[in-house]
Design a protein around this ligand. Structure first.
Ligand code: GTP
Ligand code: MG
Length: 143
């Protein structure tokens, strides 16, 4: 997900480009303002944390771009592309390490486990919205 700060800073293309260039396949994509109830469900694991109210307020404050990304070790690779949660700790070359400074404005989100990915995909997309196609470079990307 490109969060509202990423959208407002014109980083949607940059984020998508990094995902595509890495070889991962975008199989669903939408821009929308996430509803408060959806945001609370999405970030339910953080409901008791002190930053939860500001996180929900921010994530619903403007359009986000949500995507489903597929490919070898897609979850692990997406977390690595995004970088550490706190941009101060994020390595240069990662999205957060290149474009962010504040943990509350860290540009992107990615699911942190297969279980979380399944849960979050179901929150944001219907099955019928997830496309099936091959990238023509898959023959070169994979052994
Ligand atoms: P997401 O991909 O957004 O889920 O980030 P993450 O998995 O790297 O981090 P985590 O799930 O632990 O936290 C979710 C989001 O809450 C982060 O991306 C931050 O935007 C925000 N967050 C996490 N920790 C803090 C904190 O200590 N302070 C504030 N203000 N925000 C935080
Ligand atoms: Mg998280």
């Amino acid at each position: 997900m490109v969060k509202p700060d990423g959208v407002q800073r014109g980083l949607v293309g940059e984020v998508i480009s990094r995902i595509e260039k890495r070889g991962l396949k975008i199989v669903a994509l939408r821009m929308n303002v996430i509803a408060e109830a959806t945001a609370k469900e999405h970030y339910g694991e953080h409901a008791a944390r002190p930053f939860f109210p500001s996180l929900i307020e921010f994530i619903t404050s403007g359009p986000s771009v949500s995507m489903v990304v597929a490919g070898k070790d897609a979850i692990k690779v997406m977390r690595a592309i995004n970088g550490a949660t706190n941009p101060v700790d994020a390595a240069p070359g990662t999205i957060r390490g290149d474009f962010a400074l504040d943990v509350g404005r860290n540009v992107v989100h990615a699911s942190d486990s297969p279980e979380a990915a399944a849960r979050e995909i179901a929150i944001h997309f219907k099955d019928s919205e997830i496309g099936k196609y091959s990238r023509v470079d898959e023959v070169c990307l994979y052994e």
